[in-house]
Design a protein around this ligand. Structure first.
Ligand code: PGA
Length: 246
């Protein structure tokens, strides 16, 4: 299966910075197919400007979150319908920063994912344990709970991607060992295979301090079908180096 390398820009990049970044990525992509699908997820206000720039390029556009309802009195929120209307093909839901900063639970995340799928988007559902949970040897049960409860029943391999992102690895420069990544991805693959007829076909991304130095080794792990990249997605050279590591 063709890997996916997704850039989660988080709350970064003003319009001019975003323009420089995507111009650089498009230039590289025009010269070479890195062998993976490429996705950028800008903050909401940059979605249209970035969408205009990457239109007609093979780089896909995604949101970083969405509301579970189509429209209504939800100040500050953006619906999956609006993201689709703005040209997004993807949306991330359940990122650990949303879980921690906005108290999102698996039930809410599943309802967002369901809405995203109903609107024709491919949803990237994030799961992952905290350091405390890993140290307590609860990683597999925590991730199992999240996958079971946050991946909605209308998920298929075509409309859903699962991203394993250990919370303690995000933005810290720390990464799990290759064996630890392999263990969790194998477990997620088993869970999806047990629950969905095409469960084996779901793309599973690894995320958390992925960089040009560690990408090749991580992306070579069985059942790792791409990456969700934060910090390193903000620099053309770094993001491109990760894309060409697949
Ligand atoms: P990081 O973030 O690559 O900066 O660790 C990854 C993420 O949060 O998706």
């Amino acid at each position: 299966m063709r890997p996916l390398i997704a850039g989660n820009w988080k709350m970064n990049n003003l319009r001019s910075e975003a323009a420089t970044l995507v111009a650089g990525l498009m230039e590289q992509r025009a010269e070479q197919d890195p062998g993976c699908d490429m996705l950028v997820c800008p903050p909401f206000v940059s979605i249209r400007p970035v969408g205009d720039l990457i239109e007609n390029s093979p780089i896909a556009l995604g949101g970083q979150d969405c509301h579970s309802e189509t429209a209504g009195a939800h100040t500050g929120d953006v619906s999956a319908t609006m993201l689709a209307d703005a040209g997004c093909e993807f949306v991330i839901v359940g990122h650990s920063e949303r879980r921690a900063n906005h108290h999102e639970n698996d039930e809410l995340i599943a309802s967002k994912a369901k809405a995203a799928i109903s609107n024709g988007l491919t949803v990237v559902v994030c799961v992952g344990e905290t350091l405390e949970q890993r140290n307590a040897e609860k990683t597999l049960s925590i991730v199992e709970n999240q996958v079971t409860n946050a991946v909605p029943d209308n998920a298929t391999a075509k409309n859903t991607v699962v991203a394993y992102e250990p919370v303690w690895a995000i933005g810290t420069g720390l990464t799990p060992t290759i064996e630890q990544i392999a263990e969790v991805h194998d477990h997620i693959c088993g869970l999806l295979t047990a629950s969905f007829t095409d469960g084996e076909e779901f793309r599973l991304l690894y995320g958390g301090s992925m960089n040009p130095g560690n990408a090749r080794e991580i992306l070579a792990v069985e059942n790792v079908n791409g990456g969700l990249v934060g910090g390193a997605s903000l620099k053309v050279e770094d993001f491109w180096a990760i894309c060409t590591s697949v």
